[in-house]
Design a protein around this ligand. Sequence first.
Ligand code: CP
Length: 291
Amino acid sequence: MRDFTRKDVEFILNCAEKMLPYATSGTSVLQSKILALLFFEPSTRTQLSFDSSMKRLGGSTLSLSSAGSSILKGETLTDTIKVVEGYTDAIVLRHPREGAARMASEISSVPVINAGDGAGHHPTQTLLDLYTIRKESHLNNLDIALLGDLKYGRTAHSLTYALNMFKANITLVAPDGLQMPKHIISTLDSVTVTDKLDDVIRDVDVLYVTRIQKERFPDPNEYLRVAKSYKISLPILQGVRDNLIIMHPLPRLDEIATEVDQTKHAKYFQQAFYGIPVRMGLLTIVMGGAL
Ligand code: CP
C-alpha cells in the first residue's frame, strides 16, 4: 500500500465504481489481453476473482500453481517470471515468501500485482476492503477495530497502512503475542492497542475480523495457545452501533458464528463480491484499457 498515495487509492476506488455495472454483465475493454495467475499458496477468492475479473473485461488468463509447474523441478521464481512475462500482459503473484512480488516486479517487463506475499501484504484485498467500507459505511472519521491475528495477517497489515491515509481512528485488538508489528504501529496517527474486544466493540463503525494464520506459526503449540481465543456471536453484538458493519477477508474458521451471517451487520460475502469491480478497475488501469 505504501506504493500508493491517498489520491491513487481514491482514483482506483472511483474506477471500481465505474466497473460495478459490468461486474455481472461484462465488457470488452481488455479484449486480446492476457493475465497470468501465479498462485504458489492456496487461494479461493483472490485467484477466482482475478480470473473472473479478467474474463469480465473480455481478456483471458493463464494459471500456474506449485503443483503443476516446473517449480517442482527446481526452477527459480526469477526464471519463472522471466519466462511468463513473455506470455502475458500482466502477472498476479501469490507467494509464501515476504517481498516475492516486489522482487518479481523489479525483474519483470510487465506489471506485477501482489496477491499476497507470505505474512507480508495483500494490497488488492485492501483496495476491496476500502471499497466495501466506502459503499457500506463511510471513510470519513471512521472508527474501526481490527481483530485477530494482526501479527501474521497480511490483510490487516496492508489495511492498516491504508486506513491511516484516510485518518481513521484505528483500534488493534489481538490476543497476547499476535498484536500488529511495532514497525507498523509506529507509523499510525490515531491508534489504540488492546486485547479486550468488549471495551471497544460498541464504539466502532467497522469490525474487521481476521483468522488466526495457523500456517504461519513456527511452533504448533503456540498456535494451540491462541486458537479459539475470540469469536463473534450474537450476544457479543448487543449494544453495538446500529450501523456497525462486520467484515472479514475470509476464509473464516470459527471466529464468526454462522448465526451472525443473518444480521444486518454481516458484510463479508458482499465484501468478497466487491473484489470483482475493484480488480476489474485495477486491471484496466494496469493494462491501459479505456475506462
Ligand atoms: N481473502 C483472501 O485472500 O482469500 P483467499 O486466500 O481465498 O484468496
